[in-house]
Ligand binder design. Structure first.
Ligand code: NDP
Ligand code: OXD
Length: 313
């Protein structure tokens, strides 16, 4: 079995050794421009179209991340890059849920206990107890009730915050209010104190976090964007902070990455930034999944992680 591998910055040696060990008899090679020899599977992050286009023998493509917007964006400009009959798979969890939970719990508790505000008071040398937030009205709403959204919401259960989730199709989760579709979005937003974004980037979700949405949250709400930069209209976020509609934001992803040096987010006192590493791809977990999925696919079973290209995630 032949596998081709392409990632703009991963250490390919580790992946080649790890995959060949997990898939005995397989040959894994790093794809180089000009390599058009047959391959059974391709493992990719933002692949150059010529890596996949017309590839003989290709049975499946594995995205080396949870989001596939990079690949689907390329497919929109290069529709012949990948035969529609070749399935595309993505990483489901593979250790990302726990990372997202760590991030979200830390942020939500920090905002709930007003630690950011105390840090600012300390910088001013001020001893000033602030009015505590009320737990029962500190409602956390998660946009996206998928693998990561659901995991994040579950991790916040222990702290007793009211929890709600918004998805495309109807879903039920014990102990959480659930909403779906555009028609239920206003009800989801009304009363939400902390908005956490874990949606995939699709034509339907791009720009969804805009001024109109932020205005529907509780006054002085908080925003945590863990999904994609394109979800947020950045000028609207700045305007909502300036108008006091939003108390603070923590952002892991941006319209342009790396965040440009002169971007106003860098020095905003109420914006916290991380460099798109809320949940990174863990090689061992990802390789274990890919090896298992290839085994299942070869045995005639459709593995988990299949991407519906029409739906966009
Ligand atoms: P899933 O596909 O498991 O979940 C997506 C969720 O979003 C589903 O609940 C889905 O609804 C919902 N959804 C999709 N479109 C809409 C819509 N138009 N309206 C309402 N709900 C919608 O994805 P994951 O949880 O695995 O990952 C989510 C995203 O997180 C990834 O796409 C990626 O962009 C981002 N990510 C970011 C990382 C980082 O480091 N910052 C790391 C990993 C992922 P339904 O349940 O009805 O299908
Ligand atoms: C992913 C990411 O989608 O790292 O996996 O953003």
């Amino acid at each position: 079995m032949e596998l081709i591998f392409y990632h703009p910055f991963f250490n390919s040696d580790r992946w080649i050794t790890g995959l060949q060990t997990r898939l005995p008899g397989s040959q894994v090679r790093v794809w180089q421009p000009g390599d058009d020899a047959p391959a059974d599977y391709a493992l990719v992050r933002t692949p150059p179209p010529e890596m996949l286009r017309g590839r003989q023998g290709l049975k499946g493509v594995f995205a080396l991340g949870a989001g596939v917007d990079d690949i689907l964006d390329q497919l929109r400009t290069c529709p012949d890059m990948l035969d529609p009959a070749v399935p595309l798979f993505r990483l489901e969890d593979t250790g990302m849920s726990l990372q997202m939970q760590e991030y979200a719990v830390q942020r939500v508790l920090g905002w709930f206990r007003r630690f950011d505000e105390y840090q600012q008071l300390q910088a001013q040398g001020r001893w000033q107890p602030l009015k505590p937030h009320r737990r029962e009205s500190f409602t956390v709403g998660v946009l996206g009730a998928g693998v990561l959204g659901q995991a994040v919401a579950s991790s916040l259960k222990a702290w007793g915050f009211p929890l709600r989730l918004w998805s495309r199709s109807p879903r039920e989760w014990a102990g959480m209010q659930t909403f779906h579709g555009r028609e239920q979005l206003p009800a989801f937003l009304a009363g939400t104190q902390v908005l956490i974004n874990l949606l995939p980037a699709t034509a339907e979700t791009e720009g969804i976090i805009n001024r109109a949405m932020l205005r529907q949250l509780n006054p002085q709400a908080y925003l945590l964007n863990l999904a994609r930069g394109v979800h947020v209209v950045e000028a609207d976020l700045l305007a909502a902070l300036a108008a006091g509609e939003l108390q603070a934001a923590a952002l892991d992803v941006f319209n342009v990455e790396p965040l440009p040096e002169d971007h106003p987010f860098w020095h905003h006192p109420r914006i916290a930034i991380t460099p798109h590493n809320a949940a990174v791809t863990l090689p061992e977990e990802a390789m274990a999944y890919i090896a298992r999925a290839i085994g299942e696919y070869e045995a005639g079973k459709m593995p988990a992680g299949w991407v519906d290209r029409q739906r966009g995630y």
